[in-house]
Ligand binder design. Sequence first.
Ligand code: NDP
Ligand code: 8X3
Length: 257
Amino acid sequence: MNSLEDKIVLITGASSGLGAACARIFAQGKAKLILNARRQDRLEELAQELKTEYGSECYLLSFDVRDRATLEQSLSSLPSPWSNIDVLINNAGLSRGLNPLQEGSIEDWEEMIDTNIKGLLYMTRKIAPNMVERGSGHIINIGSIAGHQTYPKGNVYCATKAAVRTLSEGLKQDLLGTPVRVSCVDPGLVETEFSLVRFRGEQEKAEKTYQGLTPLSPEDIADVVYFCATRPPHVNVSEMLVMPTDQSGSTMVHRRT
Ligand code: NDP
Ligand code: 8X3
């Protein structure tokens, strides 16, 4: 097992859901965490919890991954103890709406494309060269079952997650010959704030997504991400598709009620 003690792990989208769960498991593994999201107050709360629970050191970077100038400036000004990132977890992402493409909101499309694809690219472009230079590093991208199988009205969200999968494959090819690893972890239904964000705060609609089945918890996925990161250096887990037992595909979900 590859120890993460004192390794620098940067997690985007750490203020909620999978990102926050990853922060907790990596903190238990004694990693030093750089936490990113837009909601600074949430990051501060999490950092305080990790300090109290595990004595973890955290560095907070509250920026919008769509804002390339701020992202580049923030990463360029990391103080030296934090500047050599060992593991980058590209997790920040969202869906907006569930509409037929011909009726879709162009603003929603742009938000998803800019966050899920371009944000991931900006982070990767900024951090990967240093990993190559230092001869070590691991980039773990959070894709989705939606990137394998499109579902009705999922159109643009599914396309962004297919892009995450393609970019992970492309990056792996381009880094071949270096020791830098690339993994893509693709979850099925996980109960987080994801659906609340998709339906812009409509609680009832959001809850329906997970009704009648046992969804994955954020911790289930954090376990898998941690597994990828702790393999020995010669082992690269390229792709992991993880679904609830009650789900066998994007549209195949077993609901008891
Ligand atoms: P949450 O809504 O709970 O968390 C999303 C995180 O992304 C938040 O921390 C949010 O923080 C952050 N985020 C969103 N937009 C930006 C931005 N522009 N800049 C920086 N951070 C941003 O959802 P999940 O935990 O479920 O989602 C995490 C990832 O998992 C996403 O990529 C999602 O597509 C993927 N996924 C989720 C599944 C699910 O069923 N839940 C299944 C498959 C994949 P803040 O708002 O503070 O910026
Ligand atoms: C999130 C999973 O199927 O709700 O990527 O789109 S799904």
